[in-house]
Design a protein around this ligand. Sequence first.
Ligand code: HEC
Length: 106
Amino acid sequence: MNPKKTRLRSLLGLPIALASFCVAAQTTPAEPPPGRLLASNCFQCHGYNGKSSIGFERLVGESASEIYNELREMRTKVPPKMMDMHARGYTDAQLRLIADYLSKQR
Ligand code: HEC
């Protein structure tokens, strides 16, 4: 076979291999459970999945409505303390997602 043609063919193979790699890499990973990303913002103080071991209140074991209602109350406290300020950063829908996620942790 003509060596020039062989070289050309192997050069063509590279972009095809790259293109198929890119298509494979673009497949979306499984969605995380709803609320998890938002709740991860709480882990720095309340511990991973609300299981604090450093003295902050543990959120694990509380029901979704307990967590949701506490957070709603905190949004209106005057003057606001640290947690009250934090609660003010979320919409009702986001607080529900966070509360639902945390209430399902064991
Ligand atoms: C910067 C640290 C910090 C972060 C981040 C934080 N909290 Fe808190 N949280 C506190 C502190 C401190 C308290 C104790 C009450 C207070 O000081 O107002 C508290 C209290 C609470 C309480 C009431 C106590 C209890 O046991 O039920 C709830 C519910 C709560 N936090 C939920 C959350 C949620 C949900 C998030 C994430 C959206 C979050 N916290 C993020 C520091 C934090």
